[in-house]
Write a protein that binds this ligand. Sequence first.
Ligand code: SAM
Length: 440
Amino acid sequence: MLKMANQSAGVAPQQVDAALRSFSLRAEANAQPRLFEADDALAQAPATRVDLVRLQGRSYTRYVNEFWTSRQRGGHSLHEISYRACFKAELPRFFLSVLLRQADGALVYDPFMGRGTTLLEAALAGARVAGNDANPLSEILLRPRLEPPEATEVARRLEMLRLDDTPPPADMDLSMFYAPGTLRQLLNLREYLRVRRSHQAEDAVDRWIRMVATNRLSGHSTGFFSVYTLPPNQAVSPERQREINTRRKQTPPERDVKGIILKKTRSLLRRLTAPERQRLQQAARTVLLMQDDAGNTPRLADDSVDLVITSPPFLNTVQYAQDNWLRCWFNHLDAASIARRITVTSSLEQWRDFIGQVMHELYRVVRPGGWVAFEVGEVRGGTLNLDEIVAPLGEAAGFVCAGIAVNSQQFTKTANCWGVENNTRGTNTNRIVLLWKEPA
Ligand SMILES: C[S@@+](CC[C@H](N)C(=O)[O-])C[C@H]1O[C@@H](n2cnc3c(N)ncnc32)[C@H](O)[C@@H]1O
């Protein structure tokens, strides 16, 4: 039986249950009710389906609905940085509103932050934030978006850079991706950023330029520095790129590196309001960013976190470091040593051990009355639901599992067809295990 949390301890499991069962109740329980009132799709959504699932001799409640609708470019423009296996901003946005009484002053943490979707969304809402990722690229991608410069400052800094001078020699052949003039500009920019960093002279504008350039290294349109390549930001190997060039009969075209950086800067900043900028700056002043193993984060204090919203590496073979080799090259990071620190396993046993350790660490850092929203997916063609592994692991670490929220987004709405159990095509499913640290 779940105990009722006292008011100061935050949102109680009963309130979360009510919020998930009913949109109107959820609107009351949440700190930003207008978020939901404004969204026609949610207002018209059918009631939540509630199932009882038996796992390891215990019943868990599963709530199925289209709790949020992920749309292309639906979140804040500042999120528009691609990263392998990132979740959409709507996911943390939903749980921030359901699991926090109020964002102001709360500490929100993501132990597997990736591009930092949770941290950015939480900071935009006024929360304090902390993040961790074994891949140092995460910090490069997130920190500058917590301290965004004005586009005019970026333009002025770019104007000062002499990117067409003779560059330092290239340490590898990148001619299959870049035209000679583009590579010259990139090598000069890379060297400028290296020197600024090594002289500890790097400022927020430099960090912003580094982040945008890192994001524009490879892709499929003229908005990227490279010749056409797919998928964006998961650089294929040089050999594979040569094959793509031969098949498409293409040679890398010259690109204007400064122009592309400025255009992407304006696009990222296009929805940023003055109050949001202030909230981000406030979060940047206290942010804690770590590059530890998620199962061992000693810099984060016991009982300090109000809400964790996260998604671990799934049980598969996504090679985050290898996908990012070009981004690592640009930032003088050693992709091979990063790869050794990133957990990649297709063994269910190993994955279970790893998540078990992470759960114990999360139990240590979450404060009594605090919450964890732990997102996992279906793997092995939908035959294995990782939420069913994660919920008992969370309980073994000391949490109370208040339920599993399944967001089933349908591309074509069909009455009474959720497509969750039978894995129907045309659905996009997130499974989020909700864990509560019961006050003593
Ligand atoms: C599914 S992604 C998270 C994406 C994130 N939710 C976002 O929106 O960008 C998982 C992340 O876990 C990181 N990771 C993998 N193993 C890790 C470990 N042992 N400790 C910390 N981070 C790890 C990867 O580098 C990757 O960024």
